[in-house]
Each structure stands twice: as structure tokens, then as C-alpha cells.
Ligand binder design. Structure first.
Ligand SMILES: NC(=O)c1ccc[n+]([C@@H]2O[C@H](COP(=O)([O-])OP(=O)(O)OC[C@H]3O[C@@H](n4cnc5c(N)ncnc54)[C@H](O)[C@@H]3O)[C@@H](O)[C@H]2O)c1
Length: 522
């Protein structure tokens, strides 16, 4: 195989061009003719379809997008058994060959980009630009981890002395269970699965129950590219299927992205060592956030307001990185709030398929109810500064809302809402904002708007978050450029799309050989 060219991010579509928009519409026409798609449980060469899980279009819940079966306990067992029994075959494939297969999966996705974006748009209500970026990120993960696995196989340089040869290499850990969320329905499962496969592990994917169709396409891409059926399984289902995977003694690594309560339960469960389990389970856990943006007194509001609005309301605030709390210096708070309210009043709320939509429906009825509950609590305890109404009535829409002057102890300021609800607090200075951030259990993303380099340095030094963005929006991390993931109760700090990520999927082995031979045995 020839050398892979250096990694570069897949460029997103320029949707101001009619020709680019047309590509997506063609992809949508292709998909809509086939809806609902069948998203199977897929173990080895066995595929089973079913109707127990139905994913629907969040903006139009009457539209059925995918039908999937719920994996039975026997199927979970069979998937693990196959991945475990055949794990050494995939592990024996040299990293270069595994990388070539992942790069082919990236090419498969690139060739079908519009169709995949259409699937993410329909199944998870992602507006076009977001859906396109989701597919680009999936392609990036495949390309990035492919290169990373080749580099990892070379191993680090160790100190050598005469008469001794020292070598450190990284071996696959075994079966990886990947448990994925719905909000990046192609990118996140692809990333976690690609990391496991690139490093020579067999992988079982359990996509979110809201996105079985997208999960199926991820596995299809990998199998079409040449990943053997025994190395990648697909189990559709809800939390109980994930739980079975987590508990099984044959699973060596659990890669999870999702909410904090589920992530914490997985960490607890994985710490158990049942009889017969010969290893400690490794957990790679990415969880929720309560992402704060500090706006200092000298911030340029022309930059700050649009960046804050995009960070809080794009994709209806359903990115794990989305802004949810703004802490603004009291000297400019009134001007900031006035301009923020003006910007929220003109947000494009609508169906994901309409180009230009910024705020689509949220994923499901439960989410709509949750956001409404928090919005009511916030309105009762504080002052509603903006509420963009009316919103379409035919899907799970929530009016984008900004609330200020909330008391410090309200749950809205501590819990993850995961919807289009933004709170704004006045602070005396940056240190007061930093103290409030420091008191939070979450530490995923954060932002700062300031024109003073000393303040920027100070905030960098004191902020615990995994990804801090200065004078820009706080979403849209790019593979290789902004390794992504949270600290504290937001995650294990493992940084998807970063240089150390693959180390979570391998175990280090050091070999020391005495090279002072005493004759040859023939
Ligand atoms: N930190 C990050 O990188 C990141 C990225 C995306 C999303 N998120 C977070 O994900 C959440 C939204 O996603 P979600 O609603 O799909 O999260 P979720 O926790 O409800 O579900 C995630 C996955 O876990 C499974 N699951 C549920 N209960 C389980 C259990 N007991 N054992 C094993 N698996 C179980 C679900 O079926 C799903 O596949 C938000 O909290 C968001 O902040 C974090």
C-alpha cells in the first residue's frame, strides 16, 4: 500500500451555491423514495429486521424514517460471542491494512455524502449545514484514526543500552462495545467504532434508539469497505441492550457518548469484576455539559452576539458543546441583552429540510416536554428577555428563549437542558464568572469574549473545561484541530479526534530481550 497523504479535514459544502444545495436535495429525493428504511440487527452474516423501534422525523413525527428490531438478550450474547471468538483474526491484520479499509469506508461515505446527510436530517432533524458537517466529521474520524493506528503500531522510542533490546508496542484490548447518542448520529458512532477497529479490536455498535437508521449506515460503510462481518456487529435497541453489553465479562472496552446519568452508571457497572473476567474494563466516557460563556466588559458585541446566538441555538441547542449560560460583565449587560433579544427575535425556526433553518424541532416529545419544563421554571424564577414565537405546531418544536436574573440556586443554572434555552447572568468581573464555573460539576466546553490578552491568559489558566473557545463560537470542534471532550463529570478527558485517543483502545506491552547470545542453538 502506498503512504497515506497527510490528514486534512473534509471540506463542508458551500450551501450558498445552488449547485451544492441541489446535491443535497438529490440525496433527499433518493432517500425519501426508500423510507422507511430497514435498520437491522446485524451479527456476522445474519441480519434480522423488525418493527419494534421506529424512528420518525422530529419536525414531522408522522413521517416514519426507519424500522428496527430490538436486539434480544440472545442476540447480544451472540454478537459478543462472535466478536470475542474471532477477535484475534482482526487483531492480526497489520495496522496499514486496517487503515486502508477505514480509508475506503471514508471514500464510501464521501461518495454518498448527500444521501447520508439526508438520513441525518430526516432521522435526527439536523438542518442541512449541520447534517453535512456530521458526515464530514465521520469521514474525518475514519481518516484520522487510520493514520493514528499506523503511527501507534510503530510504538514509542525507548532508551536502549548495549546488550539489551527494549520494545514497547500496543496490542488491541479485545471486544469494544460502542454506545452512541443520537445528536451526531453518524459522526459519533463512526468515531468511536473507527478508533476501536483501527487499533485491531472487534467492535459492537449500539446506536441510539432514536437513530437506528444512521447507525445502520455506519456499519454498512465499514462492511462495504472490507471490515469482516465478525469484526463489526450492530445491535439495535434501547438502554437495556447497552447495559447488557456493559455487564458482559467478554467486553474489554466500553466507548460511550451520551448523558451524564447513563455515563456514570456505566462507569460504576464496568468497575465490577465478575467471576471469570480476567481483565479490568476500560471506559471511554463522554457526557453532558453546562457550557458557560464569559463576556467581559470590553467584548466586541458585533462579534459576541452572533457567536453566542449560534452557539446556543443552532440545532436547537442539542449539541453537547452548545452554550447554555452566559456570564456578562455588568457594565455592558444591558446593551448585550438588548442586542441578544433582537438577534433571537429573528432566528429562523423551522423544518430541518428548509435551507436557512437555524432552530429545528428537538429530537422527540420527551425532549420537548423537558425543555418546556425548564423554560417554565426559568420564567417563574427570572425574567424572560426573549422568546421567539410562534413555532411550527407539527413537530417537536420549542421556542428559543433567553432568561435573565435567575437566583443562583435554580436547577436551570446547574442541569443540562439540551434545548433552545439560554440563561444570562450579570457578573461584577471575570473572576466572579470563573468562581461560578468552578462550582459546576460539568466541564465540557466554555467560551470567553475579551479584548485583553491578560484576561484571556487568566481565564485559560483557571478554566477547567475540556474545550475553551476564545472570541468565537463554542461549537463545531474539528477532528485533529480541536480534540474534543470534557473533564470533571463531563467525561474521562480522552479527547476524540486528538493524538491520545487511540491509546484508550490498546494495552501497552514491553518486551526486553537480552541480546548477549551465548552461541547459537542449531
Ligand atoms: N461529551 C460529548 O462529546 C458528547 C457528545 C454528544 C452528546 N453528548 C451528550 O449526550 C446526551 C444526549 O444524547 P442521548 O440523549 O442519546 O444520551 P443517553 O445517555 O440517553 O443515551 C446514549 C446511549 O446510551 C444508551 N443507554 C441508555 N441507558 C443505558 C444504560 N443504562 N446502559 C448502557 N447504555 C444505555 C442509549 O440507548 C443510547 O444509545 C447529552 O447529555 C449530551 O451532552 C456528549
Amino acid at each position: 500500500m502506498t503512504e497515506l497523504p497527510p490528514f486534512r479535514n473534509e471540506p463542508v459544502l458551500e450551501l450558498r451555491r445552488a449547485s451544492e444545495r441541489q446535491k443535497l436535495l438529490d440525496g433527499l429525493a433518493w432517500l425519501d423514495e426508500r423510507l422507511p428504511i430497514r435498520a437491522p440487527v446485524w451479527i456476522g452474516d445474519e441480519r434480522r429486521d423488525g418493527d419494534e423501534l421506529l424512528s420518525t422525523d422530529p419536525g414531522n413525527p408522522d413521517r416514519l424514517v426507519a424500522r428496527a428490531p430490538r436486539a434480544t438478550p440472545d442476540e447480544v450474547d451472540a454478537a459478543i460471542e462472535l466478536a470475542h471468538r474471532r477477535r484475534r483474526e482482526w487483531a492480526a491484520v497489520p495496522a496499514r491494512e486496517r487503515a486502508a479499509i477505514l480509508v475506503r469506508a471514508a471514500a464510501w461515505m464521501r461518495d454518498r455524502r448527500a444521501k447520508l446527510a439526508a438520513m441525518a436530517m430526516r432521522e435526527c432533524g439536523k438542518p442541512w449545514a449541520e447534517a453535512d458537517a456530521d458526515i464530514c466529521e465521520a469521514i474525518d474520524f475514519l481518516e484520522f484514526y487510520a493514520r493514528g493506528a499506523i503511527a501507534l503500531e510503530r510504538g514509542p522510542q525507548l532508551f536502549q543500552v548495549p546488550g539489551e533490546r527494549n520494545e514497547m508496542r500496543y496490542a488491541p484490548r479485545g471486544v469494544v462495545a460502542v454506545i452512541a447518542p443520537w445528536n451526531f448520529p453518524v459522526a459519533i458512532p463512526t468515531g468511536m467504532v473507527a478508533a476501536g477497529l483501527a487499533t485491531g479490536n472487534t467492535v459492537i455498535l449500539k446506536p441510539a434508539e432514536q437513530a437506528p437508521g444512521c447507525g445502520f449506515l455506519v456499519v454498512e460503510a465499514l462492511r462495504e469497505a472490507g471490515v469482516p462481518p465478525s469484526a463489526i456487529g450492530l445491535l439495535q435497541g434501547e438502554g437495556d441492550v447497552g447495559e447488557r453489553l456493559v455487564k458482559d465479562p467478554r467486553v474489554a472496552t466500553i466507548a460511550f457518548t451520551g448523558s451524564s446519568p447513563v455515563g456514570l452508571s456505566i462507569v460504576r457497572e464496568a468497575a465490577e469484576v465478575p467471576i471469570g473476567q480476567l481483565h479490568l474494563k476500560r471506559t471511554v466516557i463522554e457526557m453532558g455539559g453546562k457550557n458557560c460563556v464569559i463576556v467581559d466588559g470590553d467584548a466586541d458585541l458585533d462579534d459576541t452576539v452572533p457567536a453566542v446566538v449560534r452557539s446556543a441555538f443552532d440545532y436547537a441547542g442539542q449539541k453537547c458543546s452548545a452554550a447554555s449560560r452566559i456570564m456578562v460583565h455588568e457594565a455592558i449587560a444591558d446593551a448585550f441583552l438588548e442586542r441578544l433579544a433582537g438577534a433571537v427575535a429573528v432566528l429562523q425556526v423551522g423544518h430541518a429540510e428548509t435551507f436557512g433553518t437555524e432552530v429545528p424541532a428537538v429530537i422527540e416529545r420527551e425532549a420537548q416536554e423537558r425543555v418546556a419544563r425548564y423554560a417554565e421554571q426559568a420564567a417563574a424564577a427570572g425574567r424572560v428577555v426573549a422568546r421567539r414565537e410562534p413555532v411550527p405546531g407539527d413537530g417537536w418544536f420549542c421556542p428559543p428563549t433567553v432568561v435573565a436574573d435567575l437566583p443562583a440556586d435554580t436547577p436551570v443554572l446547574r442541569e443540562e437542558v439540551f434545548g433552545p434555552l439560554l440563561t444570562v447572568e450579570r457578573v461584577r468581573d471575570v473572576d466572579e464568572a470563573l468562581d461560578r464555573i468552578d462550582a459546576l460539576p460539568f466541564a465540557l466546553t466554555g467560551g470567553l469574549f475579551s479584548r485583553n490578552p491578560a484576561v484571556v491568559d487568566h481565564v485559560i489558566a483557571r478554566t477547567p473545561v475540556g474545550n475553551l473557545y476564545v472570541n468565537r463560537g463554542i461549537t463545531g470542534a474539528m477532528v485533529g484541530r480541536q480534540p474534543f471532550g470534557g473533564n470533571r463529570l463531563s467525561g474521562t478527558g480522552t479527547k476524540a479526534g486528538g493524538p491520545g485517543y487511540l491509546l484508550q483502545f490498546v494495552e501497552p506491552r514491553v518486551v526486553t530481550e537480552n541480546t548477549m547470545r551465548h552461541g547459537l542453538v542449531v
